[in-house]
Design a binder for this molecule. Sequence first.
Ligand code: DGP
Length: 112
Amino acid sequence: MDCIFCKIAAGEIPSNKVYEDDKCLAFYDLNPAAKVHVLIIPKEHIASAAEVSKENSALVGHIFSVIPEIAKKLELGGGFRVVTNCGAHAGQSVGHLHFHILGGEQLRMEMC
Ligand code: DGP
């Protein structure tokens, strides 16, 4: 499958990693929309939030259990936003489930 984030997860495309374990990977976004802008992805290919199911939702739970650790590491104590864009109307541009973690400054509503 020709998926950029699968290739990043496999190490075939380099990324600036901030966290990695056997199930997920977090790395800096190529086009940051905030002072701190990290993406966290499951290593398993899930196309979007619309493809989350009872079978794979534990991965999403795992990702959310790791986000506070990343926020602490990146010193986002002032607050942060977690966003996932799902489908064309939301402007999803990469068809592999990813959560944007945005912070490091006062966020405006359009920064998502
Ligand atoms: P979305 O629009 O929600 O699908 O967000 C996709 C994000 O992925 C977008 O902010 C830019 C980022 N992105 C796309 N390709 C790459 C890449 O090859 N490396 C990194 N680090 N980020 C990427």
